[in-house]
Design a protein around this ligand. Sequence first.
Ligand SMILES: Cc1cc2nc3c(=O)[nH]c(=O)nc-3n(C[C@H](O)[C@H](O)[C@H](O)COP(=O)(O)O)c2cc1C
Length: 419
Amino acid sequence: MVTRQLPKPAEIFELMQFKKPELNGKKRRLDAALTIADLRTIAKRRTPAAAFDYTDGAAEGELSLARARQAFKDVEFHPDVLRPATSVDTSTTVLGGPSALPFGIAPTGFTRLMQTEGETAGAGAAAAAGIPFTLSTLGTTSIEDVKATNPDGRNWFQLYVMRDREVSYELTRRAAASGFDTLFFTVDTPVAGARLRDKRNGFSIPPQLTPKTILNAIPRPWWWIDFLTTPKLEFASLSSTGGTVGELLDAAMDPTISYDDLEVIRGMWPGKIVIKGVQNIEDAAKLVDLGVDGIVLSNHGGRQLDRAPIPFHLLPHVRRELGADATIMVDTGIMNGADIVASVALGADFTLIGRAYLYGLMAGGREGVDRTIAILSDEIVRTMKLLGVSSLGELEPRHVTQLARLTPVTRDAVEPTRA
Ligand SMILES: Cc1cc2nc3c(=O)[nH]c(=O)nc-3n(C[C@H](O)[C@H](O)[C@H](O)COP(=O)(O)O)c2cc1C
C-alpha cells in the first residue's frame, strides 16, 4: 500500500522553476541544438531548398555519403573501467603545428551561398577554437580576407589544379604569400560528380529567381535579406559564367591531372603539402613514398564517385601499411565527436568536417559554427572520459570495433589484386 498525503504548497513551489526566457532568437535556436543533426534541421528550415540541397546532397544515389555515415554509426567502443579521466586533453600536433581539437574545417566551395558570412564565419570560429581552417579554390572569400580573419591561427589552402594551370599557380603563390602553412591538393575531382539534387532544383550560380524559388523563399526571408543586402555572391578567385557548380567544375577541371602536376606544385609551395581524396592503400603508399607530408582518406563527402570506398573503413588498413610516422587524415560522414574519437583510435592523426560546419553556418552564421565546434568538442571529451582515456595519444585500435555490416565481403574490394 502506498501512503498518501496532502501536497504541501511550499513543496509545490519548490518544484516550480521558471527559467528567464532567452530573448535573443538566434541564441535560443542554437542553444536548443544538441547535436549536429539538430543543426541540420534548423539549417533546412532557414535555407532555400536549392542552397540547402547543394550542401546536404551528394552524387548519384548518395550511397557514398550514406555508407560513410552508417560506418560511423556502426562503431562499437570498448571502454576501460575504473580509470579516472577527470581532465581530458583534446589537443594535438598535426603537420608541424598545434590544434586544440583533433579536427579542422574542410574546404568547401561557394560557402557564402549557405549563409552570407560564409568563410569569414568558418575562419573566425576556427580561430576562436584554435583549430585549422581550410579555404577552397572555389571559395567565396579571398585568401587575403581569410588571413585577415584568422591572422594568428592556422590557415590551409585547398587547390584544384585546373585546365588553366596559371590560375591554380597564381592562387598557390597568393596562399603562400599570405602565410597559409599547408596546401591540400584535391585529386578526386577529374570531372564533377553527378549532383542530381542540383539538376532537379535547377540550381545555378548565381541563384536565379524563378516562380519555384520565390515560393520557396517566402518562409525563409532572412536568407534572402542577407543575399540581397550583402556583397554579391561570387567566387573570390574564379569567374563563373552561370550553370550549376557541377557544370562549372567540369569546365574548370582537367581530367588529365597527374603526378607531374604534383611535382610542379611541390616546386612552388614552401609549406606542407597534403593530398586530399586518396581512396586506396596503393595510392596512399605511393604518395607517402614520393614524400608528401600527409594524405586525406576522403571520397569528397560522397559528392564525386558514388559507391566509393568508405574512408573510415580504409583507415586502419592504410595506417598498418604506412606505419606510425605518416600523417593520415580522414573525412566524409563525420556527424558526431564520437566519430572523430573512433577515427583517432583507428589511426587518424586528424579529421576534417565539411557538412557539420556548414549546417552550423546555415543555422546561425558565425555563432552557428561556434555551436558546431562546441557540440563536437563536448562529444569528444565525453566519449574520451567514458572510454577512460585522458589524451588522444591513449586512444588505441583496441578501443574500437567496426561492426561488419558494411565491410567488403573480401578485402579485394579495397585492395585490388593485379593480374
Ligand atoms: C558544399 C560542399 C562543398 C565542397 N567543396 C569542396 C571543395 O571546393 N574542395 C574540396 O576539396 N572539397 C570540397 N568539399 C568536400 C569537403 O572538403 C569534405 O571532403 C567533405 O565535406 C567531408 O564530408 P562531410 O561533409 O560528410 O564532413 C565540399 C563539400 C561540401 C559539402
